[in-house]
Structures are given as structure tokens and as C-alpha cells.
Write a protein of this length. Structure first.
Length: 93
């Protein structure tokens, strides 16, 4: 009984072919959108870092009233966003 079941299942499994991988229909457009999103994330991170550095300079020499904690948070957020864009780019590629 077990031999008959084994023979039947191995015959059925032997008939299955090796499937070929095929990309989904809109995969190229999704990847293009993902690359634009990665680029935008990196550019916004660099802009936040630049803004934070400029704001620190303005506070030091201009005597502004913005909180240094807010400026530091902007710079930290920019660094995280830039790192996230780089990590996403490395994962996809």
C-alpha cells in the first residue's frame, strides 16, 4: 500500500516542470518609482542636514531664538533619512 502511494506521488511530482521566473507586469514602473523615492529621500536628508548646519551658524552669530534642540533634531532626522535612502538603494541593487 505504501509503495503504491509512493510510486503514485513520485510519478505526479516527476511531471512537474521547472518553472521559469517572470517579473510582474508593472515591475519596471514600480522600480522606477522606488528609485525616485530613494533619490528624494536622500536629497531631503541632505537638505535637512544643510538646513540644520546653517541654522546652528545663524544661532551662533546672529543671536536667533530657535531652540538648539529643534535644530539638532532636524540634523539627526536628515542623517537618518539619508542613511535610509542609502540602505534602500543597497537592498534593491
Amino acid at each position: 500500500m505504501l509503495m503504491a502511494a509512493h510510486d503514485m506521488y513520485s510519478t505526479v511530482l516527476a511531471q512537474m516542470g521547472n518553472p521559469t521566473a517572470e517579473a510582474p507586469p508593472i515591475a519596471d514602473k514600480v522600480m522606477k518609482m522606488f528609485r525616485y523615492f530613494t533619490w528624494f529621500t536622500q536629497m531631503s536628508g541632505l537638505a535637512a542636514i544643510t538646513y540644520g548646519g546653517g541654522r546652528f551658524g545663524w544661532e551662533k552669530w546672529g543671536g536667533g531664538s530657535a531652540s538648539p534642540k529643534m535644530v539638532a533634531n532636524a540634523m539627526a532626522g536628515g542623517a537618518i533619512a539619508t542613511s535610509a535612502g542609502t540602505i534602500m538603494n543597497a537592498i534593491v541593487s
